[in-house]
Design a protein around this ligand. Structure first.
Ligand code: C2E
Ligand code: MG
Ligand code: MG
Ligand code: MG
Length: 286
């Protein structure tokens, strides 16, 4: 009887479900092909030293150029890749591509040893011991200094706080790469664990600076967050700076580094040399 019931229900929902399943499996097949082929690209967004305007590094941000659907943004396909077990493969591609790109910039003498590339890491990557080996391997292969590679992990990925995660964080840090908490301040109890985690910096979510320049109480909040982060022995990077006013406020409050459309949107790698040239001549003048 239960089987008949099941079939009956299936019958009712079939057309919609089948369509969704077919779309999804088609999309997954496309994503698999994209990882193996040339469908994925990394764009890079400058991280700027507020005092001088110097570009201190870039964040790698993935995009998928789908043959028929056009450009797909990470928020739309990263969750799909996670569900389908493709995230490790994707993460490895991002790691190798971003560190390889950094090697190219170093070889072209475009950047010095203080320049870093930041890479977004999924919770799954953090859980996999293979990932530590992958990081070790790419550092060895490219000869890039580990300090020039910074891994960005979201609070959500870190705060689940199981032992394996902590072990992996320790393992990654043992390689000498930087670790940064991404989207800091977007939830979870952000204070008690901050001091204990083996991380170097936090990247403060853009929601915390949205009101800078319009809401008179916002600077005090930013100052408080900065103080909290520093009291934990860490430094902060401020994300999502869209206006000159926000940048000015952050500078005046003593913030060191920031990132956002005001400085530059994420751009394809071939546009980075021009951005570097522009800002280095500006900071020489200033
Ligand atoms: P995220 O790491 O927090 O990256 C910041 C996001 O904010 C990026 O969106 C960036 O383009 C955008 N952004 C930068 N400046 C501004 C600004 O001034 N205003 C506004 N409104 N937005 C700004 P994007 O590229 O769509 O990436 C979204 C998220 O997808 C990332 O958030 C990250 O969590 C994830 N992601 C991106 N690339 C990768 C990757 O290679 N691997 C993994 N696992 N996740 C990735
Ligand atoms: Mg990030
Ligand atoms: Mg973020
Ligand atoms: Mg995010």
């Amino acid at each position: 009887a239960s089987k008949a019931e099941g079939q009956n229900r299936l019958h009712v929902f079939e057309p919609g479900l089948l369509l969704i399943r077919r779309l999804r499996s088609q999309l997954l097949e496309d994503l698999r092909a994209a990882i193996k082929g040339n469908g994925l690209v990394l764009h890079y967004q400058p991280v700027v030293e507020l005092g001088t305007g110097r570009i201190e590094g870039v964040e790698a941000l993935i995009r998928w150029d789908h043959p028929t659907r056009g450009r797909i943004m990470p928020d739309e396909f990263i969750p799909l890749a996670e569900d389908a077990g493709l995230i490790s493969e994707l993460g490895l591609w991002v790691l190798n591509t971003a560190v390889g790109q950094l090697r190219t910039w170093i070889d072209a003498d475009l950047v010095d040893s203080r320049f870093s590339v930041r890479i977004n890491i999924s919770a799954t990557d953090l859980q996999s011991l293979q990932f530590i080996e992958d990081v070790r391997a790419v550092l060895k292969e490219t000869g890039v200094r580990p300090e020039q590679v910074v891994l960005e992990l979201t609070e959500a990925a870190i705060v689940r706080g199981n032992d394996l995660d902590r072990y992996s964080l320790g393992g990654l840090r043992g390689l000498g790469v930087g670790i940064e908490i991404d989207d800091f301040g977007t939830g979870y109890s952000s204070i008690s664990y901050l001091r204990r985690l083996p991380v170097d910096r936090v990247k403060v979510d853009r929601s915390l600076i949205e009101g800078l320049g319009t809401d008179p109480s916002q600077p005090a909040l930013v100052a408080a967050v900065l103080q909290l982060v520093r009291a934990c022995g860490l430094e902060a990077v401020w994300e999502g700076v869209e206006t000159a006013e926000q940048a000015e406020h952050l500078r005046n409050l003593g913030c060191l580094s920031a990132q956002g459309y005001f400085f530059s949107k994420p751009v394809p790698p071939e546009r980075i040399p021009a951005l570097l040239a522009e800002t280095s001549s500006e900071s020489n003048r200033g």
